[in-house]
Design a protein around this ligand. Sequence first.
Ligand code: MG
Ligand code: ZN
Length: 214
Amino acid sequence: MVDIVVMRAVTSDNQAHADKVRAMLDEKNVIGLNIISSPGAGKTTLLERTIVDNPDLRFGVIEGDVFTGRDASRIEAAGAPSIQLNTEGACHLTANMIETVLPRLRLDELDFVVVENIGNLICPAAFALGEHRRVVLLSTPEGSDKVQKYPHAFNTADLVLVTKTDVAGAVGFELSIVLEDLKAVNPKVEPLLLSAVSGEGLDRWYGWLRSLRR
Ligand code: MG
Ligand code: ZN
């Protein structure tokens, strides 16, 4: 039997920074999104496609990664301003990080600030970043049991995107299990099914984004 250490995240100070971030966004009528998923669920790919397909929506992106500037480079290549946050080991972003880098984006020229969190379904869910909406991705190759295994990530989601539907059959993904688990964990969200490769479901995702625009 292994020893299990249970630690509580200290979120009081984080909430104060999150409130400041929210105020900075609200002042400029910018919508803040916090994108959470496992590594490799397709966050950056979906953002690239979203930026390219919606030239009239002005996105700025804050890329969270443990190391490298890879994803920010991809976002810039897609045509949106981007800032890379490297945590050098830390497995989630905190609101003070966003507060620090947000002034580097020209908020006057943006409709959305999208934060791509560190790929991890555990602790990012515990740290508000000042976002208006939280979007959680679940890719079909990860398996159908992830909602049950990481309930907190899905419990705090405003939108769940099931990504990589183009390979769902090949990897044996069972949507009915995800739907049932979501009903138990977060009955108010209906997942959107999409694929940035085939294009399935992207119109609904874009429609959701447009419904938020101020
Ligand atoms: Mg990424
Ligand atoms: Zn963490």
